[in-house]
Design a protein around this ligand. Structure first.
Ligand code: FES
Length: 164
């Protein structure tokens, strides 16, 4: 007796819909615009932080604040070569354990500086100006020195006072 097979056919056709469909090119164009907008926004946020940040005090402005070493935000100051930026001032502990402080923004176009302990210099990541720990310009394009501040560490009390 011949065996009967039943055959199931799956329907893979899509039902017509009233919803408009999007062509592949249009889809990728919109995805590309969205990704571009996200990248642009992140770049603008990053750049604005880098260029503007906390404005440094003007050279004639009175500066007097104290950092507490037991504050987690200041943990880097416990490390030789570490630094923090506070109140527009960059405070660093040099490789030999000295504390130094200068205005935190480059005098060329106001970019926030970093401290490079290997060279014992403050460094501008935008156009690569370099400054000594007393604020003097080592390499341009910046020509105006940074403002140097007096640093009074009180390691018994666990504080560092920065003032002018
Ligand atoms: S902003 Fe620092 S060198 Fe230009």
């Amino acid at each position: 007796m011949p065996q009967k097979y039943t055959k199931t056919i799956m329907d893979t056709t899509f039902l017509p819909s009233d919803q408009p469909t999007m062509h592949r090119q249009e889809f990728f164009r919109l995805v590309g615009i969205s990704i571009g907008a996200i990248v642009l926004k992140r770049c603008m946020i990053g750049c604005s932080d880098q260029v503007n940040g906390t404005p440094p005090p003007t050279p004639s402005q009175k500066v007097d604040f104290t950092l507490k070493l037991d504050d987690r935000a200041n943990d880097n100051l416990k490390i030789k070569g570490g630094y923090v930026i506070s109140n527009g001032v960059i405070v660093a502990q040099t490789k030999d354990g000295q504390y130094v402080a200068v205005s935190a923004n480059c005098t060329h176009q106001n970019t926030q500086l970093v401290y490079k302990s290997v060279e014992n210099q403050f460094y501008c990541p935008l156009h690569l100006s370099r400054f000594a720990t007393n604020g003097d310009v080592i390499a341009g394009p910046a020509v105006v020195p940074l403002t140097q501040y007096i640093v009074e560490p009180n390691l018994t009390a666990g504080t560092i006072r920065i003032h002018n």
